[in-house]
Design a protein around this ligand. Structure first.
Ligand code: BG6
Length: 483
């Protein structure tokens, strides 16, 4: 449904995320006729630009996002810019006047800046009355770098924006397949009865990237893979797989169930981190046929950084449904393929009626592919067709969204940005979820710091350190290889 006219203000408007994701996402919504005429997108950053200068600086990003020239110019007509420094008064009065404080006008303030600035920005928005009425604030992940700093940020933002105005974005929740998981789990009678420790052997969640850290080294080196990907994206995926059926799709119904999962995560600390976690850091190697530098070289020769660019974890959920079912999680930069998927591996049949020459039985596997080529695959055992006796074959029932529906899936940000405009927080993280996720992550980070062991090296273009393979093979299982 169409939305009312709104203003979207992007703090960090000249940054990487704005250019790569936020502006293209708004442009795509514009092309679909979803941005009402009197809406505005306002870039804010410290650079001294005017509207035209900003438009010129983002035009390329829109060309890359596709769309005819006249459409780009039309969209740019709704784009503005204001130079502002979160720590200086200059320009704020003018900005406040531009945005206005009409109570029923939707104002979205997207904080795509370093979290250190969140407090200053919110304070100034509050000071100018821009936090009233239908104002909303969007916080980019990671919220803080541990529980204590997340609390500080949430407290400070909370002085100016109440929880229902605060949208903590995790763009993985906007991905089509993640939402499809809800449809698959709760719209089919087939899966839910099997969705528990009795029938599921284990779950794997992989988010692999071929890119290195590139120009984001300054941010990334302070974060590392656990804070950048696991504490948020991967745990959110885990929640969607593991949560109990919510009573409806009402925002808090879903978020209550996710919270319970986060709180049931088995504690990993100094006593077991060495067995349950593997951290890695890439060395020079190859990516997509090109030779690429190692992580330390990309950091301009800082040869001491102990930041992990890969992590694998054997997680467990200590509750009735999932007792004893491992969730193997892994993510990394400079891996051989860009692939994100959730693999649910079912237990094998209790007894084989087949002869040895029929070949081995295999586990049924449900593979939910988030990217690329979103889709769902269900691996089944069938009889190899034709004569030659009963030989077993393992084949996928394979559904590619692109093939089945012939439409390109919208980017996660497209959906989430309009959800903010609509005021629908279902796919955003509530404060207590973020806190529960940090409560699980903090002791892992502390255990790593205490161990003083550097991350294990892996060659760019490989699936991480061999210890990550050992982590799952020790349990007699293997990472899904059909990627
Ligand atoms: C971001 C991380 O949240 O997600 C990046 O900060 C990562 O490091 C990105 O590259 C991956 O997102 P996507 O949608 O490309 O899988």
């Amino acid at each position: 449904p169409p939305v009312d006219p709104f203003d979207l203000v992007i703090f960090g408007g000249t940054g990487d995320l704005a250019l790569r994701k936020l502006l293209p996402a708004m442009f795509h919504r514009f092309l679909d006729g979803q941005i009402p005429e009197h809406s505005r997108v306002v870039g804010v950053a410290r650079e001294a630009l005017d509207d035209d200068g900003y438009r010129a600086s983002i035009r390329n990003a829109l060309v890359e996002a596709g769309g005819a020239k006249d459409k780009i110019e039309q969209f740019l007509g709704q784009v503005h810019y204001r130079p502002l420094d979160a720590r200086k008064d200059e320009g704020w009065d003018d900005f406040a006047e531009m945005i206005g404080t009409q109570p029923d006008h939707v104002r979205v303030f997207y904080l795509s800046t370093s979290p250190e600035l969140f407090v200053d920005i919110c304070q100034r928005l509050g000071h100018h009355g821009l936090n009233e009425g239908k104002s909303r604030v969007v916080l980019e992940k990671p919220i803080g770098r541990d529980l204590a700093s997340a609390n500080r940020i949430n407290d400070a933002v909370g002085q100016y924006f109440n929880e229902s105005q605060t949208f903590r974005i995790d763009h993985y929740l906007g991905k089509e397949t993640v939402q499809n998981l809800l449809a698959l789990r709760f719209g089919n009678a087939l899966f839910e009865p099997l969705w528990n420790a009795e029938h599921i052997d284990h779950v794997q969640i992989t988010v692999a990237e071929t890119l290195g850290v590139g120009r984001r080294g300054a941010y990334y080196d302070r974060a590392g893979a656990l804070r950048d990907m696991v504490q948020n994206h991967i745990l959110q995926l885990l929640c969607m797989v593991a949560m109990e059926p919510p009573y409806s799709l009402a925002p808090d119904a879903v978020r209550d169930e996710k919270l319970k999962v986060l709180r049931s995560l088995k504690h990993i600390d100094e006593s077991n981190a060495a067995q349950l976690t593997v951290r890695g850091q890439y060395r020079a190697g190859a990516a997509e046929g090109q030779s690429v530098p190692g992580y330390l070289e990309e950091l301009d020769g800082d040869t001491k950084s102990g930041t992990e660019t890969f992590v694998a974890i054997k997680a467990e959920i200590d509750n009735w449904r999932w007792a004893g079912v491992p969730f193997y999680l892994r993510t990394g930069k400079r891996l051989p393929a860009r692939v994100s998927e959730i693999v649910v591996v079912f237990k094998s049949v209790p007894h084989s009626i087949f002869n040895a020459d029929a070949g081995p039985l295999a586990h049924n596997r449900l593979v939910l592919r988030l990217q690329p080529d979103e889709g769902v695959k269900l691996w089944l055992t069938i009889k190899h067709p034709g004569p030659g006796g009963l030989r077993l074959r393992h084949v996928p029932l394979d559904m590619s969204f692109a093939e089945a529906f012939g439409v390109q899936q919208p980017d996660a940000y497209e959906r989430l940005l309009l959800d903010v405009v609509r005021g629908n927080p279902t796919l955003f993280m509530r404060r207590d979820e973020v806190e529960a996720a940090w409560k699980w992550a903090d002791p892992i980070l502390e255990a790593w710091a205490a161990s003083n062991e550097p991350p294990r090296p892996y060659t760019a273009g490989t699936w991480g350190p061999s210890a990550a393979v050992a982590l799952i093979e020790r349990d007699g299982r293997t990472w899904n290889e059909d990627t």
